[in-house]
Design a protein around this ligand. Structure first.
Ligand code: TRP
Length: 399
C-alpha cells in the first residue's frame, strides 16, 4: 500500500503517537481518544491522517457563499477537511450536497457533542442541504462489553430528542437507526464490505484477534449513508460529513472504494474535541463528573462548572504575578467556542494571561451561560417528543 498520505487515504495508521512530545502518548481511534489534548496534537493528526488544514483560500470561498465566516471556523474548532473545496465548487456549479453525520448512542448527550451538530444545522440552513443522521446503536452495543440492547435502545430514544432539539429542518432531515433501518443500508454495506479486506480494516481500525466479529463487520454500516444520497437521488450526489476527527478512519476506507462503486468520495470537515472539565481527555460520557449533560439539572451544571479544572495558578497572588494559562483551560475553551464572541474571547485571553482575570470570574460566566443554555435546550428537548415520527427515515425517502 502506498504510504504517502497525499496519494491514498488509507494509510497504515499507527494510532498511538508514541513519541508525541516526549513522554505524552495520545490515542485517537473512533472508539478511543485518550491523552492530553493540546492544539499541537491537531497538527499532528492532519499529518498522520493525511487530511488538509482549512486554508485561507478555502475559508474565503466559504465566506463568499455564506456571507460570513462561522465562529467555529474562525476559532479553528473546525480545522481540517477532505475535498471541501471540490464540494463547494460543485455547489457553485448547481450541484447541491447532502450532509451526513451521526451519533453512537452510548449515553446521554453532553455539550461537547453539540457543537458539530450546531454547525451542521448552520450548514443545512445556509445551503438548504438534506441531512441524513445515523444512530449507530449496533456499534455501541457491539463495542461495549457491558452494553445491553435495552440500555442502548433507551439512549437512542433519549438522544433523538437532543438531535431534534438542535433545530434541524424536519422536511430536510432524516434519522436512520441502524437496527431499525438496516434494510436501507445493508445492500450498500455489502457492496462496500466486498471491496475491503480484513488486512486493511486491521490497519485502519486497529482490530486484533480478540475483536468481536460484529465490530469487524461494522465499518461498512457507517460507510453506507455516504452513498445513500446517490441512491435516493438516482445519480452520484456529493456528501459532506461534519464530524470530530476521530471518525476519520471510516471515511478513509469509504473514500478508497467510492469511485470503484460509482459514487463520489464523501467530503469531510473535521472538528477538534472539546476538552473535559478535568482536562485529562475529551469530554466523555463515561466520566459523568467532568461532562455537562443536556439532561443535567441547572444546579448540577453550576456545581460541575465551579469545580472544573482551569489554567489558573495555585493562588490569587501567583495568578496576579504570573497570569493564567488560557491555552490549556477548559473553561476558557467552552466560553470561546460556545458563548464569547471573537472580541470577548480575545479580551478574556489577554486579561487572563496578564494576571488581571481570576478563574472565579470565568467559571461564574461559564456557569451562568451554560445554565441558561441548558434550560432553553431542555425545553426544546421536551417539545421534540411529539416530533420524532416526522424525522424518521422511511420508504417515502426513496420515492
Ligand atoms: N460512530 C459515531 C459515534 O460513535 C456515530 C456516527 C455514525 C457518525 N455515522 C456518523 C459520526 C457520521 C459522525 C458522522 O459517535
Amino acid at each position: 500500500m502506498d504510504s504517502s498520505p497525499h496519494h491514498q487515504d488509507t494509510n497504515n495508521i499507527d494510532s498511538s503517537f508514541d513519541n508525541y512530545q516526549d513522554n505524552k502518548e495520545i490515542i485517537v481511534t473512533p472508539w478511543e481518544v485518550s491523552g492530553e489534548i493540546e492544539d499541537r496534537m491537531y497538527i499532528k493528526l492532519i499529518e498522520k491522517f493525511g487530511t488538509q488544514g482549512l486554508s485561507q483560500d478555502l475559508i474565503e470561498k466559504f465566506r463568499k457563499l455564506t456571507g460570513e465566516v462561522h465562529p467555529l471556523i474562525k476559532s479553528q474548532y473546525f480545522f481540517s477537511h477532505r475535498d471541501l473545496d471540490w464540494l463547494l465548487t460543485k455547489y457553485e456549479n448547481g450541484d447541491p450536497f447532502y450532509l451526513y453525520t451521526g451519533r453512537g448512542p452510548s449515553g446521554f448527550i453532553h455539550i461537547g457533542h453539540i457543537l458539530p451538530w450546531l454547525f451542521t444545522k448552520y450548514l443545512q440552513d445556509k445551503f438548504g442541504s438534506k441531512l441524513l443522521f445515523q444512530f449507530t446503536d449496533d456499534e455501541k452495543f457491539l463495542y461495549n462489553p457491558r452494553a445491553t440492547r435495552e440500555t442502548i435502545s433507551k439512549y437512542t430514544a433519549e438522544n433523538i430528542l437532543d438531535i431534534i432539539a438542535i433545530g434541524f429542518q424536519p422536511n430536510l432531515t432524516r434519522i436512520i437507526i441502524d437496527t431499525q433501518h438496516i434494510n436501507y443500508l445493508y445492500p450498500i454495506a455489502t457492496e462496500i464490505a466486498k471491496k475491503i479486506t480484513f488486512s486493511t480494516a486491521k490497519a485502519v481500525f486497529g482490530f486484533t484477534n480478540t475483536t468481536n466479529l460484529g465490530m469487524i463487520g461494522f465499518p461498512p454500516i457507517q460507510a453506507a449513508p455516504c452513498f445513500l444520497p446517490s441512491i435516493i437521488e438516482k445519480k452520484p450526489t456529493p456528501v459532506l460529513i461534519p464530524a470530530a476527527i476521530d471518525q476519520d478512519p471510516y471515511w478513509r476506507i469509504t473514500r478508497d472504494i467510492a469511485v470503484k462503486l460509482g459514487f463520489y468520495k464523501p467530503a469531510q470537515i473535521h472538528s477538534k474535541f472539546l476538552p473535559s472539565l478535568s482536562r485529562i481527555s475529551k469530554m466523555s460520557s463515561s466520566k459523568p463528573e467532568t461532562a455537562i449533560f443536556t439532561t443535567d439539572e441547572p444546579e448540577i451544571v453550576e456545581k460541575k462548572v465551579l469545580s472544573s479544572f482551569t489554567g489558573g495558578q495555585a493562588t490569587i497572588s501567583l495568578q496576579k504575578k504570573l497570569g493564567g494559562n488560557a491555552d490549556i483551560c477548559p473553561v476558557y475553551a467552552y466560553l470561546r467556542y460556545f458563548f464569547d464572541n471573537e472580541k470577548e474571547s480575545l479580551e478574556r485571553y489577554i486579561r487572563c494571561k496578564s494576571g488581571n482575570l481570576l478563574c472565579g470570574e470565568c467559571k461564574s460566566d461559564l456557569a451562568d451561560n451554560t445554565k441558561t443554555f441548558i434550560i432553553d435546550f431542555k425545553r426544546k428537548r421536551e417539545k421534540a417528543k411529539d416530533k420524532v415520527k416526522d424525522f424518521m427515515f422511511d420508504e417515502k425517502c426513496l420515492q
